[in-house]
Design a protein around this ligand. Structure first.
Ligand code: SF4
Ligand code: SF4
Length: 202
């Protein structure tokens, strides 16, 4: 199994174990902690649909030339995996494991299926990616959309940028506290992010 897929497989497996029912209290805590974030994700999704669907559809979806979902190019945080798992359940995550065991062998992200992304709640990096072409086109026509996008980008940091206590760090901490460990727990093992936390006195 390729390195990227192996790391993903290990993280997805943790979620299956977590969802087996032995950590119901922690699962409840996690759900509660994620409420605001899920609301943010909904608004980001609605924004993308409203302003970018047409542009992306014409440029990429119709001719299947999308440059968004590149192979091994997506940084997936452990919290992405955990929060997707919480909203998906064991059967769906087992489906992702099957994909990782038998990758399609294309030049695209391993998770990209016939009908788009096979995650229920795709990684934050994917949700918040817009190529320059799409941004220039849409924001030129609609400056107000640009302001909304900038506000969403700022809000994203409230969950993912650890210069303060953030959900993505908290999620990892919950799992580490239960004895789990994954290479994609970047909030706890990336030198860059650890430096951000250190500078913030965390
Ligand atoms: S953001 Fe850019 S690359 Fe991605 S689907 Fe839209 S137009 Fe295509
Ligand atoms: S949106 Fe889904 S398929 Fe596309 S890069 Fe992200 S995880 Fe992969």
């Amino acid at each position: 199994m390729e390195e990227y897929n192996r790391q993903q497989y290990a993280a997805q497996n943790i979620i299956i174990d977590f969802l087996s029912g032995k950590f119901e209290n922690e699962a409840g805590l996690l759900k509660e902690a994620a409420i605001k974030y899920l609301d943010f994700r909904k608004r980001a999704e609605v924004f993308q649909e409203k302003y970018f669907f047409e542009t992306c559809n014409t440029k990429c979806y119709e001719n299947k030339m999308c440059a968004c979902c590149t192979k091994d190019g997506i940084i997936t945080y452990f919290a992405d995996v955990a929060l997707n798992g919480m909203g998906s359940g064991v059967k769906e995550i087992e489906g992702l494991l099957e994909i990782l065991e038998n990758p399609p062998g294309t030049s695209k992200c391993v998770y990209l299926g016939e009908n788009g992304c096979t995650w229920r709640l795709k990684p934050i990096v994917c949700e918040m990616f817009l190529c320059n072409y799409a941004m220039n086109k849409v924001f030129e026509e609609n400056p107000d959309a640009k302001l909304q996008w900038e506000a969403l980008e700022l809000e994203r940091k409230d969950y993912t940028w650890p210069d303060k206590q953030v959900l993505f760090d908290d999620v990892e901490a919950i799992f580490i506290g239960l004895g789990y460990n994954a290479e994609i727990m970047y909030m706890h093992n990336s030198p860059g992010l650890l430096m951000v936390k250190k500078k913030a006195g965390l």
